[in-house]
Write a protein that binds this ligand. Sequence first.
Ligand code: DX5
Ligand code: ZN
Length: 247
Amino acid sequence: MTTSFHHYVRSLTPMLSAGILAADVMHIGEEIEKLDGTGVKMLHFDVMDGVFCPMITTGPCFIKGVKTKYLKDVHLMVQNPITKISQFAEAGADMITVHLESCPDHIHALIQAIKKLKNVNSVEREIIAGVAINPGTPVDSIKNVLDVVDMITILAVNPGWQGQSFIKTTAKKLQQAISLINESERDILLCIDGGVTKDNIHDIAQMAPDIVVAGSAIFDGKDPQANARFLVETLKKGKAKEIIHET
Ligand code: DX5
Ligand code: ZN
């Protein structure tokens, strides 16, 4: 069943989720303020543990410390996520995405567990539960979670670093994911993450994603506000996704 929070997130799409780890950490509050009026509604937190992928980034303390009106979109690139998801819920996550590769044997149970967590931001919201796949993982491998998952993220780069180049085969994977979502007859959000730039956002918008993550393309140390505005506007002009699912 689709909830009112899910409907709200759907109503925002296509939407840009701002990869906040690319921002100037010495001025994080000011960096977030620069997103005002741009149309951005989500902050994307890339959590990397140095085990699932080489980089170590941040964790629940930082996410909790970011006081914001924006939805907190938490992308967990960590090993053994089942032992960590509740800390991220307590830190204020509105969306928690886990990697299929981090828990292939129990991914269904993991998604169910995320959906049972409380959203501490509001009793009216649940937590949107997402599954992500790396560039080397076939889209078909998520078909057994389509009955429970709220969001699918296709990584367009290998997890680890900001500012990598968009892997071209991602376009085909988006098409495959849209077919699977339509077959599921559920309103599953489709997200693309990594390698998004002002140069390729027009093409990405034609791939009909619901949510697009952009880190370094927004927080380039020059004009985050203009960057975010340009990315949102271009995304909104993209191809509308044909939605065939429950209401
Ligand atoms: C993959 C992460 C990303 C990504 C965003 O490592 O999940 O969210 O690095 O950064 P940009 O937009 O700079 O590719
Ligand atoms: Zn991410």
